[in-house]
Structure formats: structure tokens, C-alpha cells
Design a protein around this ligand. Structure first.
Ligand code: BES
Ligand code: ZN
Length: 630
């Protein structure tokens, strides 16, 4: 079967119109006016035919750096559509067959859309249900995948592969209907080189024979939550429900750091109901992992930069765990509703930390988050549409909307509802919200309606009393909003102020500080510090040598801002060995503010680019004005 290309000229059309133009079948369009067709980042809404389950047979080839696979997709086509649309991007489609009987099925690929890729349109001539088998191979533009050479791993001997699907990258490693509003069950058999272990975001995992692994996810999940990692990975249990996967070199440290995972899980369940995914494990990846954490069901993928050695950065685990409710159980319908995933999760994360560590601790997290939010708002400028909770990402990369607005403005909005109705009512509302929407999808508008019916009206509260329209559809923050305060930061704030006058804190004054107090202190140092003060601080507290990634990052930001050259060797090392975008990107942004800084940034990037995952590389490229290859 030859691949034909849909030859319509799409370029001048908006994507929404483009969907209509290609739908080919009026009936499809009409039945498709629900959540799916409003996802501008997926081809799937082109037809009402849905993937309900998917089986993957995959071979992982470290030599060629590709995955070869056969994907069997079970399609349900209740509205007699003529075709089904599957998302692909930089994926080589080798054949498409009817899985029972193996007859070739006619198919075509749409033209490539930036970020979105090509829709694989398979003719199914109105059949109500069928299975299609797609043979495929990943290409060099498989942006979900990062193939790490051995020198980028802790062991240094075996290579390692991991995937990162969110937001719209799953389509680069397997054909799928890649919209958060479409859920399917899946199974997989993965063949890997001998001596390696495959880990997937599944509730059942087993090694069937040497190098062959079987996985099953029995709950329906969206495609962005399907994940795979392969490498020299071992496992150690923490308790009966939680544990850690990591390279052997990292295992004991990780198990120690995350010892409280079982407690977090119990605290989360006590708040908002049973955990519905079986086990909860964390996979600690090498430092090139582009995020702090990714909430892949059953197995959170995490950066090793949270291994501070004192358990002070584990709120990140609470965050990813919280996604087992907000995000994985109740999912944003499309990426414009991203705050429903992240705002709820930040709220839930802080409630988990409050149960474990007390209110003072959660207040510190809230203040740090507030500072992040203020910085993001300042960057975006007043009136930026990207400072709305409900976004409009049509025509842009879905990743563009993923800022602190969703996280921290979302968090503050939920706090304001809690403050209005009181914690007890708010908690029972949230528990019911998760139960009522379990394993389904929700839009912002549906959430507001649900909120009105189930919480506001019964308590005699009007939407206007809560400024709902301003919070959700307005830019910036409501005017009367007060900054949160933290008692535990009082001291660090005062000491930071004195530092502006050249007074360096005494050891005694900082000896009980955790990561958070240090962060607050560094962030609150007045602008225009004397280099002398930087030197004194560094000499006394060895900040350039800090092994705590959050503290080191903050110090390196200050160093670039103040041109404190003594830290530049550490800066270079950090940028070459860490791929976490939250750290890497602001440092490059700070560097390019000066001419010499820009040269240095280019020089470092030339060395480091190959060790970055595509999402980090792409973001840095736009800061450095380097044209993106894809
Ligand atoms: N789901 C996100 C990571 C993500 C967001 C990946 C958007 C791709 C697109 C994850 O839950 C997350 O928010 N991670 C944060 C940590 C958190 C504690 C704020 C991170 O990676 O820093
Ligand atoms: Zn998150």
C-alpha cells in the first residue's frame, strides 16, 4: 500500500477550519462537536471513531536508536464514520492492516502540521468495531524519546532510554489518538537488549523471558500518560505499596530520600479518597530528564536533582502522587484546561505536605510558589492572554501554555474558594469531584458548572462573590489578593536584607535552615549586591559547591546577574550535566542579557545540546535564536 498525501493547501487556514475542511464526511463533524473535536492539537477529532484499547509489540534498538513496533488499535465506530484518524509525528508508517485477517487497509497521511504532526487516516468504511494493525518505526525526530549514551548515566556502562509524552509527544513514539480527552486501555510487550530492564506506566509488569517484558494498564488513560524507560534499572520496595526504580548506583540514596512515600499515599487517600492505581513507585532517571517529575501512572518519572540528601525536596513526589487524582483520574479535556491538572495538583500537594510536616511547612511552599507566580506575571507583562487560567493555544505548541499560571494562579484560585466556604465543605466537595469524574475528562466550563451546582449554590454563594470570571477568564490576579506569609521565612527575610548592607549571617542563624529557607534568603537578597558580599557568602557557606540543586540554581542565577565569575566553572558544569528545564532555561535567559553572557551561553549550549531532551533543547534554542530543526 502506497502512502498518499492529502493534498489540500492548509497553510493559510486556521487549524479549527482545517479540521472541517478535511473531515470529508458531514456526519462525522456533527457527532464530533464534543470535547474531542475542540482539541486543536490532535487529528483524532476529525472523525468520531475512537481508539478504546491498544496493544504494542515493540523492539528497542539502542544501536539504531529507534523503536520498531506493531500497534494493534481497537476501534469503536458507533456513528458509522468512514475513517478513523490517528496522530503521528516523525513516525514511519510501514503498513496498516485489518488485524483480524490481515488484509491491507487503505490509508493516507495528512500534510505535516507544525507541532501536531500528520494524521494517519485509515478507511474503515463504517464498520462499527474493528482492530487495525499498524507497523511503524520511530525516526530521528521522535521528540518523546531520549537515548542516553552510557556516559550520561550514573553507571556509565549501559545506555538508557526514556520517554516523555506530555503534552503532545506520545505520537512521536507510537501511533495513538493523542488527545487528553481520549482514554484507552493498553498492553505492551517490549523486547530490550539482554541485561536491561524495561519499566512502563502500567499496573502489571513482568519479565516473561530474558529481555522480554510484558505490561498491562487496566484503567483507561490518555496517550500522554503512556511511558517507557529502558536501562540498567533495579528496584527496591519502600513498603507494600511504594518503591523505587533506579540505576543500582542511585538506588539506596533514592530509597532513603523517599522513605515517606507510603505516608504520603495514606495522607492523600485520607484527604480525597482511595488510590485507584495499585502500586505507586518512583523511577529516578539521570539528570538529563527534562522535568522535576512526570506523573506517569503507577510509576512517576523523576529527576535525581531532588535527591538533596535531607529529604527537603520531596514535595515534588507529593505533587506527582497527587496527580493520581488530579490529572490522571480526572483529566483536563484539552491543553487549554491545563490548570485543571496542575492547579489542583499544587493545591493537593500542599495539603499532603501539610498533613506530613505541618502548616508552617506548607506555608513555606506557598510563599515560594507565590514568588514564582509574581516572576511569571512580570515576564508575561500585564494583560497577557497567557496569564488567564483558561488558555487559548490553538495554532501554537501545547507546551507554550505550561507556565506557573496554571500551577500557582490555579492554586491561589482554589485557595480562595476554600477560604470562602471553609475547609470541611471544600474537602468533601473535592472528594466528590474526583469520584464523580473518575477516569474521565473535564473542561474548565464543566468544572465551573459543577462547582456552582455542588458547592456554591447549596451554600448561597454567587459566582461573582468569588470573582470567578476574573480568576478564570481574566488576565493577572484579582486586585485585592494578598501575598501569603510564612513564619519560618521571617528570619531568612531579615537576614537577606542585612546582607544588602554587607552583613553576612552567622552560622548559628542558619544552622537549622532547610532548602526552603535558603531559597527564600537567596531570592530576597537585594539587587546590586557587592561582589565582595557574594564572595563572603560563598566563602562562608560554600554556595558554589552546594550539592542541593535548588540552592545551587538560585546561587548560579545570582552569580550570572552579578557577574560573579568565581561561580562560572560550576555554572558551566551544571548546564552540561543537568537537563531539567526549570533550571536550565532561566540560566540561559539570564546569560543572554549581556554580550559576553550570550557568547558563553552559545559555547555551553554547543557542548551540552546533545545531552538535553528535545523539550529542553527546543526551549533553549528559542532563547538563543537557533532555528528549530523540526
Ligand atoms: N506534569 C508535569 C510535568 C509536565 C508539564 C510535563 C507540562 C510536560 C508538560 C509535572 O507534574 C510537574 O508539574 N512537574 C514539575 C514539578 C512540580 C513539583 C511543580 C516540574 O517538573 O518541575
Ligand atoms: Zn504537575
Amino acid at each position: 500500500m502506497q502512502i498518499s498525501v492529502l493534498t489540500r493547501v492548509f497553510t493559510s487556514l486556521s487549524f479549527g477550519f482545517l479540521l472541517m475542511a478535511c473531515a470529508g464526511n458531514k456526519k462525522n463533524m456533527e457527532t464530533n462537536s464534543n470535547t474531542i473535536s475542540s482539541d486543536p492539537h490532535s487529528w483524532a477529532g476529525h472523525s468520531s471513531a475512537r481508539v478504546v484499547s491498544e496493544h504494542l509489540e515493540m523492539q528497542v534498538d539502542f544501536e539504531k536508536k529507534c523503536i520498531r513496533g506493531e500497534a494493534e488499535l481497537e476501534i469503536q465506530n458507533q456513528d458509522d464514520a468512514d475513517s478513523v484518524f490517528i496522530d503521528t509525528r516523525n513516525l514511519k508508517i510501514l503498513s496498516v492492516e485489518d488485524a483480524d485477517g490481515r488484509a491491507a487497509l487503505p490509508y493516507s497521511l495528512t500534510l505535516e502540521q507544525p507541532f501536531i504532526g500528520r494524521g494517519l487516516k485509515v478507511e474503515i468504511t463504517g464498520r462499527q468495531s474493528l482492530k487495525i494493525m499498524i507497523r511503524y518505526e520511530t525516526g530521528s525526530g521522535a521528540d518523546a524519546l531520549q537515548w542516553l549514551d552510557p556516559q550520561l548515566t550514573a553507571g556509565g556502562k549501559m545506555p538508557l532510554l526514556f520517554t516523555q509524552g506530555q503534552a503532545i509527544l506520545s505520537r512521536t513514539w507510537f501511533p495513538c489518538q493523542d488527545s487528553p480527552g481520549i482514554r484507552f486501555r493498553w498492553t505492551a510487550n517490549v523486547q530490550v537488549p539482554e541485561g536491561m530492564r524495561a519499566v512502563m506506566s502500567a499496573d502489571k509488569q513482568s519479565e516473561t523471558s530474558k529481555g522480554n517484558f510484558h505490561f498491562e494498564m487496566s484503567q483507561p488513560v490518555p496517550a500522554y500518560l503512556v511511558a517507557l524507560a529502558v536501562g540498567n534499572l533495579s528496584f527496591k520496595a519502600i513498603d507494600e505499596r511504594t518503591g523505587v526504580f533506579a540505576e543500582p548506583e542511585m538506588l539506596d540514596r533514592s530509597v532513603w530520600e523517599f522513605a515517606d512515600m507510603g505516608k504520603m499515599l495514606k495522607a492523600a487517600e485520607k484527604l480525597y479518597g482511595a488510590y485507584r492505581w495499585g502500586r505507586y513507585d518512583v523511577l529516578v532517571l539521570p539528570p538529563s530528564f527534562p522535568f522535576g517529575g512526570m506523573e506517569n501512572p503507577c510509576v512517576t518519572f523523576a529527576t535525581p536533582t531532588i535527591l538533596a540528601g535531607d529529604r527537603s525536596l520531596v514535595s515534588l513526589v507529593a505533587h506527582e502522587l497527587a496527580h493520581s487524582w488530579s490529572g490522571n483520574l480526572v483529566t483536563n479535556a484539552n491543553w487549554d484546561d491545563f490548570w485543571l491538572n496542575e492547579g489542583f495538583t499544587v493545591y493537593f500537594e500542599r495539603r499532603i505536605m501539610e498533613s506530613l510536616e505541618g502548616k508552617d511547612y506548607a506555608d513555606m511552599l506557598a510563599v515560594i510558589g507565590w514568588q514564582d507566580l509574581q516572576a511569571t506575571l512580570a515576564d508575561l507583562g500585564p494583560d497577557s492572554p497567557d496569564s488567564k487560567l483558561k488558555l487559548n493555544l490553538k495554532g501554537r505548541d501545547a507546551d507554550d501554555g505550561m507556565s506557573d499560571i496554571a500551577y500557582e494562579k490555579g492554586y491561589r484560585f482554589l485557595c480562595s474558594i476554600e477560604a470562602k466556604v471553609g475547609r470541611a465543605k471544600w474537602d468533601s466537595f473535592l472528594k466528590k469531584y474526583f469520584d464523580d469524574h473518575a477516569f474521565s475528562t473535564i473542561t474548565t466550563e464543566n468544572f465551573l458548572e459543577y462547582l456552582d451546582i455542588n458547592l456554591l449554590k447549596p451554600n448561597g454563594i454567587k459566582q461573582d462573590d468569588l470573582n470567578i470570571k476574573t480568576w478564570v477568564f481574566g488576565t493577572g490576579l484579582p486586585k485585592d489578593l494578598k501575598a501569603p506569609v510564612s513564619l519560618r521565612f521571617e528570619n531568612a527575610g531579615k537576614l537577606a536584607e542585612s546582607c544588602g548592607k554587607g552583613e553576612i549571617p552567622e552560622y548559628e542563624q542558619v544552622k537549622s535552615w532547610s532548602s526552603h529557607e535558603w531559597l527564600f534568603f537567596l531570592r530576597n537578597l537585594p539587587e546590586g549586591l557587592k561582589i565582595e558580599t557574594m564572595e563572603k557568602l560563598d566563602k562562608k557557606f560554600s554556595l558554589t559547591k552546594s550539592r542541593n540543586s535548588e540552592i545551587l540554581f538560585e546561587w548560579l542565577m545570582l552569580s550570572v546577574r552579578h557577574k560573579y565569575l568565581a561561580a562560572y566553572e560550576a555554572l558551566e558544569y551544571f548546564l552540561e550535566h543537568t537537563g531539567r528545564r526549570k533550571f536550565v532555561l532561566p540560566l540561559y535567559r539570564e546569560l543572554v542579557k549581556s554580550v559576553e553572557g550570550r557568547d558563553l551561553a552559545n559555547r555551553i549550549f554547543a557542548k551540552a545540546a546533545n545531552s538535553y531532551h528535545s523539550v529542553t533543547r527546543g526551549s533553549v534554542e528559542s532563547v538563543l535564536n537557533i532555528p528549530n530543526k523540526n
